[in-house]
Design a protein around this ligand. Structure first.
Ligand SMILES: Cc1cc2nc3c(=O)[nH]c(=O)nc-3n(C[C@H](O)[C@H](O)[C@H](O)COP(=O)(O)O)c2cc1C
Length: 244
């Protein structure tokens, strides 16, 4: 059965080159309203979206994100926030304690991520391209200063959106057998068989792009060899989160 929503999901690829056309306000508002209908833990809606219009701030953010041009070149750029601030303010005005712990942080991160992926899909359904920007977490202290964020508003990642100037090939995904399990988690041998199968697909993908010899499994092993962004916990704690 043709299903336009799944067709749109299957057509996804991250876009990193955009035309300079702004994204109309009504398109943004329509997509945000649709994304707000994502499920939310206990209806807490613990997220906010900060659109950065100011060109100087966009350029500074592009540098802070590791020199990623799409942060200032895209038609629109947003910072996705896990947001406990409104709950903090509500507690203050109700005269209640507001207690944070890891559960509170995870609630907000999960809520914000579900909202963000729905938002990305809503934009893509309008024919726009998107790229999430985890590079926002390279220098969160600086990002925080630039955006003047209050306690309880926790930046997670950015989102560039705009008219695509390119249509990148989709990156293949793991086989279903690596992701969809029935009644029990697979054995280590089954996990290895599925990742080996994917390595063949990913290696062919790399080779077609002039990167013969590169493997997905090798890349993943290297990615987690050493800790990165170790200052994140201190930053989020300084902004009112508790991570235990
Ligand atoms: C939370 C998150 C952060 C990301 N951060 C970046 C980023 O900083 N820069 C970038 O170019 N792509 C970024 N990406 C895009 C991924 O690299 C991309 O989704 C992945 O390689 C799969 O490719 P595809 O989206 O084209 O299928 C990010 C994706 C996610 C979900």
């Amino acid at each position: 059965m043709p299903n336009p929503i799944q067709d749109c999901m299957m057509a996804h690829s991250s876009v990193r080159a955009f035309e300079p056309t702004p994204v109309p306000k009504e398109v943004i508002e329509r997509c945000v309203a649709a994304a707000q209908m994502a499920s939310t833990s206990s209806w807490i809606q613990a997220y906010s979206l900060l659109q950065i219009h100011d060109a100087t701030k966009r350029e500074a953010l592009a540098e802070l994100c590791g020199g990623q041009a799409q942060v200032h070149a895209a038609g629109a750029f947003f910072v996705v926030l896990a947001d406990s601030r409104r709950h903090l303010l509500l507690a203050e005005s109700a005269g209640c304690d507001h207690v944070q712990n890891l559960e509170g942080f995870l609630l907000a991160v999960v809520d914000a991520s579900l909202f963000a992926q729905s938002l990305a899909l809503a934009f893509e359904s309008e024919g726009l391209g998107i790229c999430f920007i985890g590079g926002l977490r390279y220098q969160l202290d600086e990002v925080d200063r630039l955006l003047d964020l209050p306690q309880g508003a926790w930046p997670l990642f950015g989102l560039s959106v705009g008219t695509p100037e390119e249509k990148p090939d989709g990156r293949p995904r793991l086989p279903l057998s690596a992701v969809l399990h029935h009644d029990r988690y697979p054995t280590d041998g089954e996990v290895a068989a599925a990742t080996d199968a994917f390595d063949e697909v990913a290696s062919a993908h790399y080779a077609e792009r002039g990167l013969a010899g590169r493997t997905w499994s090798g890349g993943m092993a290297r990615k987690f060899m050493a800790p990165v962004r170790e200052e994140l916990a201190a930053y989020y704690i300084s902004k009112g989160a508790r991570l235990s």
